[in-house]
Design a protein. Sequence first.
Length: 150
Amino acid sequence: MAGELARLEPLVGEWSIEASIPDAPLGRVVFEWALGGSFLLQRTDVPHPDAPDSLCLIRYDDGSGVYSQHYFDSRGVVRLYAMTFGDGVWTLRRDAPDFSPLNFHQRFIGRFWDDGDTIDGHWETSPDGVDWELDFTLIYRRIRDRTNSA
């Protein structure tokens, strides 16, 4: 991996994930380099019927200078999120139709704790991209560090 994609290294490893969904057990998230470091792969497993498992591919486009996350889940949902990552903040945003219609806008904001092993995050939705409402919160806690990840 090179350049801007290498900046995502703080995500690499295995994390537990706690969602503010009632009765949701801990889930698991793994970030790992794929295809020789050309992409960052994110696999999320949440053992709760209201939370789909997902697979995401994160890339950096040198031409446009932006990150994007390609999202796929166990419901068959496919979405494309614009992504930023820096200064301890990770954001995802969806404001346009892509592989599915845009029935609502979405955004995620995650903030790293100083130790780098916890991320406080939340997903929000909006009917118009102006007025936002909390959908649910997430807390990522590192289980295994980057040096020991698969």
